[in-house]
Design a protein around this ligand. Sequence first.
Ligand SMILES: C[S@@+](CC[C@H](N)C(=O)[O-])C[C@H]1O[C@@H](n2cnc3c(N)ncnc32)[C@H](O)[C@@H]1O
Length: 240
Amino acid sequence: MKPTYQDALAYFGVSGAHPGGLTLTKFLLEQEKITTHTTLLDGGCGTGQTSAYIKKNYPCAVTSIDYHPTMVQRAKERFKKENLSIQLVQGSLEKMPFPSNSFDIILIESVLIFTNCRNSLAEIKRVLKPGGILLLLEMTAERSLHAIEHQNMCEVYGIEKVYTEKEWIDLMKEAGFPKVEIKLGHSVFSHMMTGMEKEDEAIDRTVPTNVQLESKLMDHSYILYTYGDIIGYRVYRASL
Ligand SMILES: C[S@@+](CC[C@H](N)C(=O)[O-])C[C@H]1O[C@@H](n2cnc3c(N)ncnc32)[C@H](O)[C@@H]1O
């Protein structure tokens, strides 16, 4: 089977694999009430950078889930090395092994587009407690994309669809989130102008060269530079 963009992220252990990196994550968390009673899920935790940051800086219980075995292994090693008590689970956002009403906050950074969004949102709603909050940072089209633009992006990322802001909001409303607000948003190019540098973006330089997987990361750069004015990201905050 051909390797995917996500295989490349996992192989090279790319941390902070979302726009704004840990800097943006910190900014978003500062605005939430997180106490000793808070239960927080990092959905699609990747190498576990965000989960580790939260556990070290907030008194809440942290659970992390990711689908990719290599990412789970990387997160496991990080939590062990840093001696962090985080519940780590390998599984899909589309069918989570958690009881209903488990979490106060679910943070998802650049993950949902890789999943069946309707299934994932239904699951997220199920495992969120009443009054819970979903913080969702996702790639968003700045306008409806032409067929070829859409096809090029979907091919590189191995995804089915690039959603516009309205489509994201509609999806969340359909899933039963009555209140959806946009905390922040930029096109790729306008994000570059914000000076919001990627902090602690890390890549594992100890793995052997793999040209096929490197080319997947280059395809990603190509998309950002070619379509930087028509795609970007939004941070959606949805509550129940
Ligand atoms: C772009 S990375 C983002 C990782 C992390 N949130 C970060 O910001 O560094 C996407 C992550 O989503 C995970 N993922 C993809 N599909 C998933 C699914 N159905 N359920 C859970 N995680 C998934 C991938 O394994 C990968 O770690």
